[in-house]
Design a protein around this ligand. Structure first.
Ligand SMILES: [Zn+2]
Length: 296
């Protein structure tokens, strides 16, 4: 990023400057990265998908300059389920769910703590939520007016998320080829990409699933799972390139990577035409600078 520039309303029409909304990262863990690196970067909004509620709420109210922070709060999981015991996961960031009634209570507590999403974990390698608890979490999320975001890992877990009526997957599925019938049944969902965190074999599975999900009418948005791996806070070029590999280009790609939910926030400007593919978007972002939103 170059220095901040102040651009007037007329700049948008300039022949050699393109102005676009900033980057949104739909999956980060702010507790695991140097948050201050976001300040002034092309990233203008991040969604934290799992942390200690009191800490993430404090960071959201005093975020890095020019970055909007939204958050899910705790991981809702089975007792002993993922990510229980992981070195990176604070005990207070995990909410074990005892039964369906407890599930409903937990989701409403998260909503009261300012959550913008309810995070639900289904990881077949560890104890799993039962269908009754899963259904109750999704139901309570919807009661609170919030989307239910599921981490679905292992055989059959995507199908369970679809059957429960979940709204989003926290990761494009990478542990199995999602059956066509499940893709079709879940085509109303939004998948968060996180393609660049995987090794080659899992990445290929995830990219194939994304291609077929897009063909089935599904929506994919850009997310990096920042904090999982060494990538510093900011744009992760490899994630954008992976979205390109999965078939996103043109306006579809821009819609997946840019554009905060409510259309607000700083915008970006860079010389050159509107990016048409992932490589052009990565280069455009490298040279972009923030421009202040026009006064209403
Ligand atoms: Zn994550």
């Amino acid at each position: 990023m170059a220095d901040l520039v102040a651009a007037g309303p007329g700049t948008t029409g300039s022949a050699d400057l393109t102005v676009l909304p900033g980057v949104v990262d739909h999956h980060v863990h702010l507790g695991l990265v140097d948050r201050d690196l976001f300040a002034g970067s092309p990233v203008v909004e991040v969604h934290d998908l799992g942390w200690v509620p009191e800490q993430i709420a404090a960071w959201a109210s005093a975020p890095p300059t020019g970055v909007r922070v939204r958050y899910a709060g705790r991981f809702h999981t089975a007792p002993g389920g993922y990510p229980t015991g992981r070195s990176w996961a604070p005990v207070e960031a995990v909410r074990p769910i005892a039964d369906a009634e407890d599930a409903r209570a937990a989701a409403h507590v998260a909503a009261a703590q300012g959550a913008s999403r309810i995070k639900i974990v289904l990881h077949a390698g560890m104890p799993l939520l039962g269908d009754a608890e899963l259904d109750a979490l999704v139901y309570a999320a919807h009661e609170a007016g919030l989307p239910a975001v599921v981490h679905a890992e292992g055989p059959g877990q995507v199908a369970r998320a679809v059957a429960a009526g979940a709204d989003m997957l926290a990761h494009a599925p990478w542990t199995e080829r999602v059956p066509d019938a499940v893709l079709a049944a879940g085509a109303r969902m939004t998948w968060i990409s996180t393609l660049a965190i995987h090794g080659p074999a899992e990445r290929a599975v995830a990219i194939d699933n994304v291609r077929r999900f897009l063909a089935a009418g599904g929506r994919v948005v850009h997310g990096t799972d920042l904090g999982n791996g060494p990538a510093p806070a900011g744009v992760v070029a490899d994630e954008i390139r992976a979205l390109g590999e999965a078939g996103l280009a043109g306006e579809e790609l821009l819609a997946a990577v840019l554009a905060p939910e409510d259309g607000s926030g700083p915008r970006l400007a860079a010389p050159g035409p509107r990016p048409r593919d992932a490589e052009e978007l990565v280069k455009w972002l490298e040279t972009s600078v923030r421009v202040e939103a026009e006064a209403p």
